[in-house]
Design a protein around this ligand. Structure first.
Ligand code: S3P
Length: 440
């Protein structure tokens, strides 16, 4: 019998010799879409209904910040969350500091909204990880629009203080492909004195553009130049159906691909093309993945994904595909450790400023299990095929590293203890019970 034991913050995985993975899995709601539904609901006029909201700690941080800003958000649940919005410009000045917890998306997107509320004063912060993550990437363009933001080191780190202003429109050419940067500027542009455009070097996830349009904002997208323009607009409350998160499905896709005899189906997964890099790379690696029952739910494409075990082969992951699988690189590193040949990940230096330095954490922790991973300045080199042994590893409180290491442990000999694995609750509260259920 495979043993999966949660012990305080840790997760202990002891796979049996004949482990096989079987079953159907419904992954929780998409994290990016959940944040946006809560935020747009809060600044729209009228009522927004959200079905399938992710109940992870990150969206909870967004909900608590926007409640503190005056939005009426019902108790969070997966069935139906009601948000009574205040209208663009209708937020209230909170008495206390707004705490985004571990969530970069909460803090960076919220900054765009706060900076554009004339005359209101806000203070924002986050946990230890978030307080060390770069904020200049949003503070600088907001300052170019006339925002007043203060903080240590030239307002590059939270905590930050913001005095809302009537902002000027800009055309911002972002040096990085980041949906958080793009979304922050677009949200600030909703109340600017003219049209605001963001151009990115390659296309990042486009959930903000889709949802802003659905809420009635005037949005123009130029796919050739990776540009989006927002005209100051009012938003109207909508019904949002949040699809399952492909970034959470990714753990099962890799588990199914590396555990012999596995056959898993992950249902209701969002397959927005700006997020499906993981499917393309796994298919390049010879993974056996079928995309079934494709349909569209509230403006986002959705499908079931069936994965069966196959011998993977190495690949190179670099360039324009990186933003389309940025959160999946930790679990792709696990896939690569079981692939024939040497996999190279490049152009992924952004991973160093996520919830942890994911290049460093994944290289060090997989090597503790006997993998052959070399850290590159902007990526990883993984020599696949060395057998992994159980070890004591650490997630460094990074949810995606915690879950990636748990999947690696399924194919390691003996027992693996993942320290601080409880971090999974940031984006996947039911990860451990689901893992237990599919292990046979
Ligand atoms: C997100 C964008 C990405 C991603 C993060 C969620 C979003 O971050 O890594 O998990 O919801 O906009 P960057 O914009 O920093 O690349």
């Amino acid at each position: 019998m495979t043993e999966i034991t949660a012990k305080q913050e840790d997760l202990i995985v002891r796979p049996s010799a004949g482990l096989s993975l079987r079953g159907k899995i419904r992954v929780p709601g998409d994290k990016s879409i959940s944040h946006r539904a809560l935020m747009l609901g809060a600044i729209a006029s009228g009522e927004t209904e959200i079905a399938g909201l992710l109940l992870g700690e990150d969206p909870r941080s967004t909900a608590s910040c926007f409640r503190a800003l005056g939005a009426d958000i019902s108790e969070l649940n997966e069935e139906l969350v009601r948000v009574r919005g205040l209208g663009v410009g209708g937020l209230m000045e909170p008495a206390a500091v707004l705490d985004a917890g571990n969530s970069g998306t909460t803090l960076r997107l919220m900054l765009g909204i706060l900076a554009s509320q004339p005359g209101m004063f806000f203070t924002v912060t986050g946990d230890k990880s978030l307080r060390s993550r770069p904020m200049s990437r949003v503070v600088k363009p907001l300052q170019q629009m006339g925002a007043q933001i203060w903080g240590r080191k030239d307002a590059s780190l939270a905590p930050l203080a913001i005095l809302g202003q009537k902002l000027q429109p800009i055309h911002y050419r972002s040096p990085i492909a980041s949906a958080q940067v793009k979304s922050c500027i677009l949200l600030a542009g909703l109340m600017a004195s003219g049209k605001t455009t963001v151009t990115e070097p390659t296309l990042s996830r486009d959930h903000s553009e889709r949802m802003l349009k659905a809420f009635g904002a005037e949005i123009e997208v130029n796919p050739d130049t990776h540009s989006v323009t927002v005209t100051p607009s009012e938003l109207r409350g909508q019904k949002v159906v949040v699809p399952g998160d492909i970034s959470s499905a990714a753990f099962w896709l890799v588990a199914g691909a590396i555990v012999p005899d596995a056959d898993l189906t992950v249902e209701n997964v969002g397959i927005n093309p700006t997020r499906t890099g993981i499917l393309e790379v796994l298919q390049q690696m010879d993974a056996d993945i079928e995309i079934l029952d494709q349909h569209s739910v509230a403006g986002e494409p959705v499908a079931s994904l069936r994965v069966r075990y196959s011998q993977l082969k190495a690949t190179t992951i670099s360039g324009d595909i990186i933003p389309r699988l940025i959160d999946e690189i930790p679990i792709l590193a696990v896939a690569a450790a079981f692939a024939k040949g040497t996999t190279v990940v490049k152009d992924a230096a952004e991973l160093r400023v996520k919830e942890s330095d994911r290049l460093q954490v994944m290289a060090a922790q997989l090597n503790r299990m006997g993998a052959k991973v070399t850290e590159l300045p902007d990526g990883l080199e993984i020599v696949g095929g060395t057998p992994l042994q159980g070890a004591e590893v650490d997630s460094y409180d990074d949810h995606r590293c915690a879950m990636s290491l748990a999947i690696a442990a399924l194919r390691a000999s003996d027992t693996t203890t993942i320290r601080r694995a409880a971090a999974a609750a940031i984006s996947y509260p039911n990860f451990t019970p689901t893992l237990e259920r599919i292990c046979q």
